[in-house]
Design a protein. Structure first.
Ligand code: UD1
Ligand code: CA
Length: 463
């Protein structure tokens, strides 16, 4: 193996006019990640397998600042293509980073679903060959067509706009993924001309050059149509999104998750699952989500950066964001857990309850219509309907502390900073602004009055 067995160039300089967006095309989100992240992930995997230490070279042009900001942490090298004169010119822009040894794999930044397994089959091509990943498409419109001779040998690629009617009928297309002997690359690129319908330097013209130079050329068909899909417009972006979602749903099914409908799940991040997890329809999982054994997620829930431990249930229409839900806990329906929420074992948080930056100890319950912010709530505490922690004085946030086994009567306001002792009872409708002692009853309430025989005012008769 040479010291640079495999190098990768990713083409991402195109503007993506057809997206009609101010965001560079390769930053459009797919599965919650910019398109280009998917391409970088597969190229990293392939480089690793090939034992190559060469970092991928990203050719950028439009929106360079946005791109570099979005990929600040990406382990790649950057080449600037000053004006977008075609895919051949784009690869030429990367040449200063390319060593003339081993092979160069060219990937398009707008083809995000390519799998490492498919690239592996391409890499099986002979070392000295120019290998093209091709695909047979029912509708090949827009793609470059693969021209083969009577013996089935690849002779050239012709672009849609340069093709004859006869060539347009060919269904085998160039996926845009080429594997090129590195020592030949600079020479071929130097001979490209813009003598074509688009007046561009086509990378694809090196195929005919290779044939003329006696370099073996192989076309290797990809297994699936979906994974080679290039994204040029929003319709194709939507198609790829669905395809990616199907792929992720299949993976979860294989891992033993019950999905009520695999077509109605969206994963926009990384999900890890235990055994016998069940997910109902229209659930969105974002960021890092961990679902323990036997977790059930009801319909229409959003879980973002969430850990849900074994046996917990997230009931329909709940949002769990930056929170941990302990074993056996029940959340929702219609609950909102915000960042910093930690629910211990068997906690219940019910409908229209919002919890932020708060800890609820084992067995605590807040079943209806509450706001619990910046609070530490003890074990088995019952938080009555309508209880509000008044955590914000207009300038600062303050904490509320509630001891184990306390009972907070409905519609109480707990004005923080405040603490309620263990086993304390707060009478319904109280406004608590000072410490409520452990074990006792504390309430603030105007005395109730009754006036017997009270006459309601009457309207004066019209004059
Ligand atoms: C290209 C191929 C076509 C193939 C198709 C697969 C050429 C000439 N054509 O066509 O055979 O079927 O991909 O999807 O190669 N780019 C640059 N700089 C440029 C031009 C393009 O970086 O000057 C980048 C784009 O950002 C994109 C990729 O190269 O990521 C492909 O360019 P695009 O214009 O989309 O090529 P297609 O017309 O799709
Ligand atoms: Ca394209």
């Amino acid at each position: 193996m040479s010291s640079t067995p495999l190098q990768i160039v990713i083409l991402a300089a195109g503007q993506g006019k057809r997206m009609r967006s101010s965001l560079p095309k390769v930053l459009q989100p797919l599965g919650g990640q910019p398109l280009i992240r998917h391409v970088l992930a597969v190229s990293d995997a392939v480089l690793r397998e090939a034992g190559s230490a060469a970092r991928p070279v990203l050719v950028y042009g439009h929106g360079g600042d946005q791109l570099q900001a979005a990929l600040a942490d990406a382990d790649c090298r950057w080449s600037h293509q000053a004006s977008q004169r075609g895919t051949g010119d784009a690869v030429a822009a990367a040449l200063p980073h390319i060593e003339p040894a081993g092979r160069v794999l060219v990937l398009c930044g707008d083809v995000p679903l390519l799998r490492a397994a498919t690239l592996r089959t391409l890499l099986h091509a002979p070392q000295d060959a120019l290998a093209i990943l091709t695909a047979m498409l029912d509708d090949p419109t827009g793609y470059g067509r693969i021209l083969r001779d009577a013996h089935g040998e690849v002779r050239a690629i012709v672009e849609q706009r340069d093709a004859t009617a006869e060539q347009l009928a060919l269904q085998e297309v160039n996926t845009g993924t080429l594997l090129i002997p590195a020592e030949r690359l600079a020479g071929w690129l130097g001979r490209l001309t813009a003598d074509n319908a688009q007046g561009e330097l086509y990378l694809t013209d090196i195929v005919a050059m290779a044939v003329a130079d006696g370099v073996p050329v192989v076309g290797i068909p990809a297994a699936g149509e979906a994974e080679i899909m290039g994204i040029n417009d929003r319709a194709q972006l939507a198609c790829c999104e669905r395809e990616l979602q199907r792929r992720q749903a299949r993976r979860l099914l294989q891992e033993g998750v019950t999905l009520r409908d695999p077509e109605r799940l969206d994963v926009r991040g990384d999900v890890s699952v235990g055994r016998d997890v069940e997910i109902d329809v229209n659930v969105i999982l974002e960021g890092r989500v961990e679902l323990g054994d036997g977790v059930r997620v009801g319909a229409h829930c959003i879980l973002r950066d969430a850990i849900v431990e074994a046996g917990a249930r997230i009931e329909p229409f709940s949002l769990v964001d930056g929170a941990r839900v302990g074993p056996g806990a029940v959340v929702g329906p219609y609950a909102r857990l915000r960042p910093g929420t930690e629910l211990a074992a068997d906690v219940h948080v019910g409908n229209f309850v919002e919890v932020k930056n708060s800890r609820l100890a084992p067995g605590a319950k807040a079943n209806h219509l509450s706001y619990l912010g910046d609070a530490d709530i003890g074990a088995r505490v019952n938080v009555g309907a309508g209880t509000i922690t008044c955590n914000y004085d207009g300038a600062n946030k303050h904490r509320t502390t509630i001891g184990d086994d306390a009972f907070i009567g409905s519609n109480s306001s707990l004005v923080a900073p405040v603490s309620i002792g263990a086993g304390a009872t707060i009478g319904a409708g109280s406004v608590i602004s000072r410490e409520a002692p452990a074990g006792g009853l504390t309430l603030t309430r105007a005395p109730q009055k009754s006036i017997p025989g009270w006459q309601r005012p009457r309207k004066k008769p019209a004059q």
